[in-house]
Write a protein that binds this ligand. Structure first.
Ligand SMILES: [Mg+2]
Length: 192
């Protein structure tokens, strides 16, 4: 029986993808990584690290990200989870910013502060008072939060696979099939 629900932030509440696509003028479907690798000759992880670090420090990207198109419905889902008695939290990863550089985990603390500010600006305080913010160093380490009574809602299928392999439950959310996802989630969480 499910007792706890974790919501991923980027790709579920924020629209990080559209921001990056706009910034580089290409889409992920067109092969953003391939494009950047061919342009720069760097390894993909190195590219994202440098790109995100620059955006983080110069433009405070994670403080100013656009809301996802379906933000309101996901917010309602989160509120209903709290109302139904689930323990609810955000589960977000430092991702590419957790790569160890000569400066250590450069950017990690700044990233958490910016994410916190984003949450405070976009969620009612009455809800934030009832949920937790959980941070993992890498996407892979999200699986450390997996328990048999815990559901992760995440837009990366690999995160979902890792979470399930570690003994938790996971739901692969995608905004391109939002209506189906929200229906399935509501059935899973409130009607089973
Ligand atoms: Mg995500």
């Amino acid at each position: 029986m499910l007792k706890r629900v974790y919501f991923d932030i980027d790709g579920v509440f924020t629209n990080l993808t559209s921001f990056i696509e706009k910034y580089y003028g290409v889409t992920f479907k067109d092969g953003l990584v391939d494009f950047l690798v061919s342009e720069t000759n760097m390894e993909p992880s190195d590219i994202f690290h440098k790109m995100l670090l620059k955006e983080l420090k110069e433009n405070k990207i994670f403080e100013t990200l656009p809301r996802h198109h379906y933000f309101d419905e996901m917010l309602e889902l989160m509120k209903d989870c709290v109302h139904e008695g689930y323990k609810v939290g955000f589960l977000t990863s430092l991702g590419e910013l957790s790569i160890v550089t000569e400066n250590g985990h450069d950017g990690g603390e700044e990233l958490v502060n910016q994410k916190l500010k984003w949450l405070k600006a976009n969620f009612p305080q009455s809800l934030l008072d009832k949920v937790t913010l959980n941070v993992s160093f890498s996407c892979k380490e999200k699986a450390n939060f997996a328990r048999p009574d815990t559901l992760l809602i995440d837009d990366r299928s690999v995160n979902c696979d890792d979470f399930e392999r570690a003994g938790g439950h996971a739901f692969h959310y995608g905004h391109d099939r939002h209506s189906k996802c929200i229906l399935a989630l509501r059935t899973l969480l409130f009607h089973d």
